[in-house]
Design a protein around this ligand. Structure first.
Ligand SMILES: [Fe+2]
Length: 369
């Protein structure tokens, strides 16, 4: 048989209201406990009652309540311990401590540990009523505040998701615009992104940096949007003027992407510096050696590797994988970073290179910082 008693309120309140107004009275002194139960019932509460903290926890496991009135000094488990347990397990329950005058200091300590209030014995019923009302009002405010924060956090999350979607859509639009102009670019950009990621990981780059590297690889030629189509698709050899015009694309791309990728410096570096050379004779800034951002040195090798094996309007010769690696090695230390070339050779040697079918920009942008 259960060692606690359940008493329904005398009044005929609506069921839902009764369910909300449920309380537990914990006191080892039956007369006092019953006085409290009667008072709470008069105020429309459905009451559970018991004589110790252990029993109280058993009841709370089965019966949801919004309020616990608990004596401090009880057998088995005292009120302070019960309070701690309730705070941990049922943080939404308001706890009001009942204390003897001599225990006021302990009761005040309980306030510091999360009790809403305390009532000193012997108590006046009107005072109990007022304290309970106050405690429940405080509980309501706490719950409201928490709900407000949750809904605020949810709204922020929704906004952030929307911003991310807009960001991805804007990047995708740019990529689509370039694809319309230069059909070769899409497959090439996807492969450069893929190779860059593989090389980057081979060199120990990971996390958001490698994702930015891949994003930069995908967008590295975006500046070609600003290159004349007759030059972009010209068969045969380019004039010096035409070549110079094409080679404005790293800076053009960097300018286009700067407002969009201001929090992705690695990706921006790839776009701006993927035509720099180790010997300092590249564009646009004539950087040399380690002054070229590592991500750009990686994308540069990935770009050249794919270009050597692909057909371009101005290039009729296609190299095999081995031929392309040989060519990269031959130009390492002048055009390419030797470590990056070696990393690519390792990746290829292990058979890790796979041509992506369609590298999703959305995938690359996920996790953008
Ligand atoms: Fe390029």
């Amino acid at each position: 048989m259960r060692d606690y008693r359940y008493t329904s309120p005398a009044s005929g309140m609506a069921r839902t209201d009764r369910e909300e107004r449920r309380c537990l009275v914990v006191d080892d002194e039956p007369r006092l406990r019953q006085a409290l139960v009667r008072l709470m019932q008069l105020d429309g509460f459905t009451c559970f009652e018991c004589g110790s903290g252990v029993e109280a926890l058993e009841i709370l496991e089965r019966e949801p309540v919004i309020l616990v009135l608990s004596d401090l000094r009880m057998p088995k488990m005292d009120g302070a311990t019960l309070l701690r347990e309730i705070r941990e397990r049922y943080p939404d329950v308001a706890v009001v401590m009942i204390t003897a005058v001599a225990e006021v200091e302990v009761a005040v300590e309980c306030l510091g540990r999360g009790a809403m209030d305390y009532i000193s014995k012997p108590f006046v019923l009107e005072e109990v009523r007022a304290r309970v009302k106050q405690a429940l009002e405080r509980r309501r405010l706490v719950l409201e505040n928490r709900h407000y924060h949750h809904s605020l956090e949810e709204r922020v999350r929704v906004q952030a998701r929307r911003l991310e979607e807009l960001f991805i859509a804007s990047i995708q639009s740019l990529a689509d615009a370039l694809e319309l102009k230069d059909a070769y670019t899409r497959g090439h950009s996807a492969r450069v992104s893929h190779y860059s990621g593989l090389i980057g990981r081979e060199l120990g780059i990971e996390g958001d940096t490698v994702r930015q590297l891949e994003l930069g690889g995908h967008l590295h030629d975006i500046g070609k949007i600003g290159v004349r189509e007759d030059v972009l698709n010209k068969p045969g050899t380019l004039t010096a003027e035409e070549y110079a015009h094409i080679m404005t694309h790293p800076v053009l791309g960097w300018r286009i992407l700067l407002p969009l990728l201001s929090d992705s410096p690695v990706a921006l570096n790839v776009v701006r510096s993927h035509h720099e050379r180790i010997d300092g004779r590249g564009v646009p800034d004539g950087l040399g050696g380690d002054a070229i951002p590592r991500e750009a040195r990686i994308a540069c090798v990935a770009d050249a590797f794919d270009a050597m094996m692909s057909g371009r309007p101005y290039r009729s010769r296609h190299l095999t994988v081995d031929g392309a690696l040989e060519e990269l090695r031959r130009h390492a230390r002048t055009q390419f970073d030797l470590d990056v070339v070696e990393a690519l050779c390792s990746v290829v040697g292990r058979g890790d290179i796979a041509l992506p079918t369609r590298h999703s920009i959305a995938e690359l942008a996920v996790g953008k910082g």
